[in-house]
Ligand binder design. Structure first.
Ligand code: GLA
Ligand code: ZN
Length: 686
């Protein structure tokens, strides 16, 4: 198992620390050290938005304050995750160099302000960032306290400036070589949109071309390419000074502006920022989405990751900024660990005094330790105590030494392909409301979550050969090479699940001719002739195994070729036709679910598959509703996290004896309080 931060190979506890906002108050900085230590914080992310303090005027650098802080932290046993400050450009720079400011979709260039809005093509910005990163690395990359580079902050967004558009055209030239090839791939004969000169190609903008789906798709691919190119430039400048300090970039889960799977191979460590809507809706729903998103992030590199940001209490940007109820902070923090995180980190350590994040939850609230009453202080706040409870749990894991080197091993893979998402969501039809791709992924994930089964996420470029079960719902676009992988997977004994609206288009969003699912009709043993779209409130039904299930939204009319019909539609003109099929292909099986169903169907269907394939959860028992369990396994250990997302106490039978982590206590069943979590260890080798 690779150490994510080899210089300090421990579970990290900490988060964004912005002392640059407090340089006028040395007493606060002093207090910070005490408060960091008392919360068992062992690492902070520093300098993320500090460019204006690091280079107050063009060419005038001041790193002394930062060095003093990093030194002082290190002396106190706290390591630094050092950021490159490119996420927010200093005002003097954006005023002087217009080209570094983005042009938005409407063609208007931004004024100075906000953040995460630099042009990622601008040679001026790239040069400035390179210079800054190089100097930071020269000064700090060999500092004993610096363990990881935090590249920029939450890369994202798009720029439509002339430089980006020219780079897009170059990218297209490299991809298609000739305009003729591009015109074919984008099907531009439609509406006479044929390009006769490369210069005629512009990014899709609302007052311009938005009907050529291939263009829209390639633009999104280009945005990923160009952002990644910028990220590599940042990475290479810091690595040139000391290649041994790993780099990470904090990603944003299901954010759809970038294909994160392309980032995996370029980053040493994946990290991400998680802000679930705890308590504002049913917490099981929130937990499922949060758990799935952790899995997506882990799967970007298929190894442990870091939770780079989370809030210790509430955010200030959700519609309802609810406080975490007692227990939820520890539970949500250990949820991340259960899914493969080797850290729990926050935005942010000390709450800003002014500006737009002054009400965002933080470890240290405005109360600080400076009021007229002794008892009005940080240590007495509920949030700080919650943070201390996470600190204590992670300290215990670090003392145990075993959790860090355990990881998630999954037998089930769920296909989430970002390019498929772009193409599917960008197409007109078969519904022009929400196509519900991510919601569909969630629905297919729920039955596994409920049973405590770990799931990996794969995309079309992943290796799927090692799994027992691959779920590929709504795989509208069969990217080059992927149907072949799916075929080989089934041939070699795997079980594949496909659904309606799959295998419709190829890599360039051209419809596959000759029948769908394109190139996979023999594997699924069916022909998907057409797809019906039912308005909200209307439904069909599927009858299978004597049971009825609702079919909603999208219902495909399919015809078995070699497949066995397991379920049929109940009503409408396709009543009695196949709605669920199974095909034996090679040594494996391929199932086709022709319509969108509720969770009830998927629970029963996947329950059967898990049983047939011998896929069991972390605990081999029935878990109460709203309770799940996840395991991480290592050479000689197995750690099980049991999570109760209910606001009531639940008793969970464990089916056998476990040790409560960090204590000698042996248990066969546990009582979890509302929002309670237990960590169990098991030293029998898997
Ligand atoms: C993001 C950013 C942080 C902060 C938080 C607030 O994740 O990276 O700088 O703004 O949101 O939730
Ligand atoms: Zn630009």
């Amino acid at each position: 198992m690779k150490a994510l931060t080899p210089k300090f190979p421990k579970m990290l506890h900490g988060g964004d620390y912005n002392p640059d906002q407090w340089l006028r108050s040395p007493e606060i900085l002093k207090q910070d050290i005490e408060l960091l230590k008392k919360a068992d914080i062992n690492s902070v992310s520093i300098g993320i938005f500090a460019w204006a303090k690091l280079e107050p005027q063009e060419g005038v650098y001041d790193f002394d304050w930062l060095e003093e802080i990093i030194d002082n932290l290190y002396k106190n046993g706290i390591y630094s995750v050092l950021a490159t400050p490119s996420g927010a450009k200093p005002l003097w720079m954006s005023e002087k160099y217009e080209e570094i400011r983005r042009v938005s979709k409407n063609g208007v260039r931004d004024l100075s302000g906000a953040r995460h809005n630099h042009c990622y093509t601008s040679p001026v910005y790239r040069e400035k960032v390179q210079e800054m990163n190089h100097r930071l690395a020269e000064r700090f990359a060999n500092h004993p306290g610096v363990i990881l580079w935090h590249l920029s902050n939450e890369y994202g967004g798009e720029c439509y400036c002339p430089l980006c558009q020219a780079a897009f055209r170059d990218w297209l030239k490299a991809k298609y070589k000739t305009l003729d090839a591009l015109n074919h791939a984008w099907w531009t004969d439609f509406w006479s949109h044929t390009y006769t000169d490369w210069e005629q190609i512009r990014a899709p903008m609302p007052h311009g071309e938005t009907c050529v789906h291939g263009l829209t798709l390639d633009w999104k691919r280009f945005v990923t390419h160009q952002t990644l190119d910028f990220m590599k430039m940042e990475r290479d400048t810091v690595k040139a000074v000391n290649p041994d300090i790993p780099v990470t970039a904090n990603l944003m889960g299901f954010y759809d502006g970038l294909n994160y799977f392309k980032f995996g191979p370029e980053l040493d460590v994946v990290s991400w920022d998680n802000y679930p809507l705890w308590h504002t809706m049913d917490n099981k729903t929130v937990a499922v989405l949060s758990g799935l998103t952790h899995d997506v992030m882990r799967s970007v590199k298929h190894e442990n990751f870091l939770l780079m940001e989370s809030t210790p209490s509430n955010t200030n940007w959700h519609a309802y900024c609810m406080l975490k109820r007692p227990g939820m902070h520890l539970l949500s923090s250990l949820q991340a660990v259960a899914h493969g995180s080797n850290s729990v980190q926050y935005f942010q350590f000390r709450k800003s005094r002014g500006s737009s994040e002054k009400f965002h939850g933080a470890v240290v609230d405005h109360v600080g330790n400076s009021g007229p009453y002794d008892f009005v202080k940080t240590e007495n706040t509920r949030v700080y105590k919650d943070v201390q409870s996470v600190g204590a749990a992670l300290r215990q894991m670090n003392e145990g030494g075993d959790v860090y080197s355990t990881e998630v091993k999954a037998q089930v893979a769920l296909v989430y392909d970002v390019e498929n998402r772009w193409a599917l969501e960008g197409a007109a039809g078969p519904t022009n409301l929400d196509k519900k791709y991510v919601e569909t992924l969630v629905r297919h994930y729920v039955p596994f979550w409920e049973k405590g089964v770990q799931v990996d996420i794969v995309d079309s470029e992943s290796d799927i050969s090692g799994y027992k079960l691959v779920l590929a719902p709504m795989l509208y676009m069969y990217r080059d090479g992927f149907p072949q992988k799916l075929r080989a997977f089934v041939e070699n004994g795997g079980t594949l699940i496909g659904t309606y609206w799959s295998g419709i288009v190829d890599d360039t969003d051209l419809c596959i001719l000759g029948g769908t699912p394109g190139g996979m009709m023999d594997v699924f043993g069916i022909w998907n002739e057409e797809t019906d779209c039912l308005p909200e409130g209307m439904k069909n039904g599927i009858l299978t195994g004597g049971k009825h299930y609702d079919a909603v939204d999208l219902c495909a009319r399919i015809h078995p070729i070699t497949a066995e019909v397991l379920g049929t539609y109940e009503t409408d003109f396709y009543a009695g036709e196949a709605a669920l099929t199974k095909n034996v292909y090679g040594k494996g099986e391929a199932y086709y679910i022709a319509a969108r169903t509720g969770e009830d169907f998927l629970r029963d269907f996947y329950g059967d598959k898990m049983q047939a394939l011998g896929i069991t959860g972390a605990l081999n028992t029935d878990l109460p509703e709203g309770v799940t369990a996840h395991e991480r396994v290592g050479e000689n250990s197995r750690i099980v996290f049991v999570e109760n997302y209910n606001d009531t106490e639940k008793t969970v039978g464990l089916g056998r004896e476990y040790k409560l982590y960090g204590t000698g206590q042996t248990v066969k069943s546990i009582k979890l309080p509302a929002f309670g979590v237990a960590v169990l260890s098991d030293f029998t080798k898997m």
